[in-house]
Design a protein around this ligand. Structure first.
Ligand SMILES: O=C(CO)COP(=O)(O)O
Length: 249
């Protein structure tokens, strides 16, 4: 069975105080027995989070990484450095990185390979814009983003990737995909992978992201092909994030 994963992407938000608050709340929290939970704070908070989350179920993630291990790349952070801070997950291909920082499929692949090379589980984010959905291109776009990366990996690498389906029109808009819309695309991703490797597809963890909150998480997470959530805004409020984690049981 696939273990659900709830990941909180804080984006460029949060504070040292919020890290501390999460550490305290999750130390006391009763969570479903079989659940992985990660928080992805901005880089400056990683060290505090590593200390503050000790003894809690919270694992650490990063929002991006540079494809190289080290070098003259002002402002960048490598996977090797993240690993030193106990980072276990890293986003690659988030739509904000694709749009705002012009990261294309090749850049996404490079970052994902860098994560794998240091033992970090990459979360490959994919998703269509509203225009792409309205013109009937959702599956083409999503499967191109998935296929570009997965086709270039070795089987053992492929089995370590988590895929997050985040429709761009649902991110930060309060407009969530309906459980049926999300399920349809995510079943399509799994079927596409099954065309290459049935066993891998059956074990592939697929997360939904886009305005997931405490009110809609249970219904989304109840869909057969949704194995967890990538949560933005609602991951900044400890009670909401806890409630989402609890509904993943
Ligand atoms: O982009 C997201 C998570 O990576 C989703 O953000 P929101 O949950 O704020 O829509």
């Amino acid at each position: 069975m696939r273990t659900p994963l709830i990941a909180g992407n804080w984006k460029m938000n949060g504070s040292a105080a919020l890290v501390e608050e999460f550490g305290h709340a999750f130390a006391e929290a009763r969570l479903p027995a079989s659940l992985d939970v990660a928080v992805l704070p901005p880089f400056p908070y990683l060290d505090a989070a590593r200390r503050g989350f000790e003894g809690t179920p919270l694992r650490l993630g990063a929002q991006t990484l540079n494809p190289l291990h080290s070098g003259a790349h002002t402002g960048e952070v490598s996977g090797r450095m993240l690993r030193e801070f106990g980072v276990e997950y890293a986003l690659t291909g988030h739509s904000e990185r694709r749009q705002l920082y012009r990261e294309g499929d090749e850049a996404v692949l490079d970052r994902l390979l860098a994560a794998l090379s240091v033992g970090i589980t990459p979360i490959l984010c994919v998703g269509e814009t509203l225009e792409e959905r309205d013109t009937g291109r959702t599956m083409d776009v999503v499967l191109r983003q998935v296929g570009y990366v997965m086709a270039r990996l070795e089987p053992d690498q492929r089995s370590r990737v988590v895929i997050a389906y985040e429709p761009v029109w649902a991110i930060g808009t309060g407009r969530t995909a309906t459980p049926q819309q999300a399920q349809e695309v995510m079943a399509g991703i799994r079927q596409y992978q099954a065309g290459f490797d049935r066993e891998l597809a059956a074990g592939l963890r697929l997360l939904y992201g886009g305005s997931m909150n405490a009110g809609n998480a249970a219904e989304l997470l109840a869909q057969p092909d949704i194995d967890g959530g990538l949560v933005g805004g609602a991951s900044l409020k400890v009670d909401d994030f806890l409630a989402i984690c609890q509904s993943a049981g």
